[in-house]
Design a protein around this ligand. Structure first.
Ligand SMILES: [Zn+2]
Length: 379
């Protein structure tokens, strides 16, 4: 199924495998960067590595058998002749021992990984949801209001109402005085219709606390409508679409996706600028991979920003789990560190575990000049 709602993630995280373990499998299937062959190959390698790893884990026979079956099933799913990979990411959650099997199609590419744990590992799913502007779209003119739900780049119409406000009366058909009086009457009717629309929009926000609002209406109607909106809703207006009632769903989706992209780009560049300002004035910011890993080890990071798909090898202490760029021995535990194919991946993971905000910055950005990684610090 498509990843569309937070409720899907909540439901998934409630699954308990009791006497078994669950396999969570994430695969980057973004065909704008990877060929189908490359995707299948990285799936194959990922699965092979974890089959090997499984042999070394001191697990109960039944538990191990169930995990093995999970990986075999996933391997079949990702075989080159079967998987079309028509979406940017794939997530699979499986517990063969309990006949549990869920597939999610993701709108964004995750980092490749396999996790064996008691519960489905859902953090990357939440992170993807957080990266999108979710909420409502309202299209409005004098005749009609249409509401759409906007979620993970998808659009679904949820309600519409029509008004009986007459069209503008034509010049000349009426005597001056009469014409003015009718105009005023229409304005009052229009005002009432817009009020009704504003109230209805507010009612949709009972269950959508932090979500955004996109508006599609002409400038004229916008200036009539905006003052009627509750301040709570005003705060949620994220931008305006060039869509109007009656537009095709495809047009609304396209417009909403473009606006979302634009807003995200602005947010990212604001965040990076903020980081640079803090860094240059010697404030609560850190740069340099070495330094940032140390801050992460000590739990000082508040916001971690990484250029999307940036990766680098590193080291991890098997005893305390501290991350390093190239220390052969952990200074804290005095034990030999182990190599990591991608220390950035672990750093992102660590940050999410300790409730840091993680922001993937799309290249090109100014973050490149700072080694593709930066952090805002708690203290
Ligand atoms: Zn250590």
């Amino acid at each position: 199924m498509k990843l569309l709602k937070r409720e899907q993630v909540e439901k998934l995280s409630r699954f308990k495998c009791e006497n078994f373990l669950t396999t969570s499998f994430y695969l980057d299937t973004d065909k704008s960067r990877l060929t189908r062959k490359e995707i299948s190959l990285s799936a194959k390698n990922l699965i092979r590595n974890h089959l090997n790893r499984l042999e070394k884990l001191g697990l109960d026979k039944n538990v191990k058998e169930s995990l093995k079956k999970d990986l075999e099933k996933i391997s079949r799913l990702c075989s080159p002749n079967r998987a079309p990979f028509t979406f940017s990411g794939l997530a699979v959650f499986s517990c063969s021992g309990k006949n549990f099997w869920e597939i999610f199609e993701l709108p964004d590419a995750p980092r490749n990984r396999v996790i064996f744990d008691l519960n489905p590992y859902v953090r990357p799913l939440s992170a993807i949801i957080d990266e999108h502007i979710n909420g409502l779209i309202l299209l409005l003119d004098r005749k009609k209001a249409e509401w759409f739900e906007f979620f993970m780049g998808e659009v679904e119409k949820i309600e519409e109402i029509t008004s009986d406000v007459p069209g503008k009366i034509k010049e000349g058909g009426w005597e001056g005085y009469e014409s003015k009086r009718i105009e005023r009457h229409i304005d009052a009717q229009l005002q009432n219709f817009f009020k009704q629309v504003a109230q209805k929009t507010f009612s949709f926000y009972k269950n959508k606390k932090n979500e955004g609002l996109f508006l599609g209406m002409s400038d004229k109607y916008y200036s009539d409508f905006e003052p009627l909106v509750h301040p709570y809703i005003k705060e949620r207006i994220k931008g305006r679409l060039k869509s109007y009632p009656g537009d095709s769903k495809e047009k609304v989706i396209r417009q909403a996706q473009e606006l979302e992209k634009l807003i995200k780009e602005k947010e990212e560049s604001r965040l990076v600028d903020n980081f640079i300002t803090e860094l240059e004035r010697g404030g609560l910011a850190g740069s340099g991979l070495d330094n940032i890993l140390e801050r992460l080890n000590r739990g000082q990071v508040q916001t971690l920003m990484v250029t999307r798909y940036f990766s680098k090898p590193g080291k991890i202490c098997s005893k305390c789990g501290f991350l390093y760029v190239n220390k052969e021995e952990c200074p804290a535990c005095k034990v030999k560190t182990e190599p990591l194919v991608d220390v950035i991946d672990e750093a992102v993971e660590r940050a999410m575990e300790s409730n840091c905000q993680v922001k993937h910055i799309n290249p090109p950005s100014k973050l490149r000049r700072y080694g593709n990684i930066g952090a805002l610090l708690r203290y």
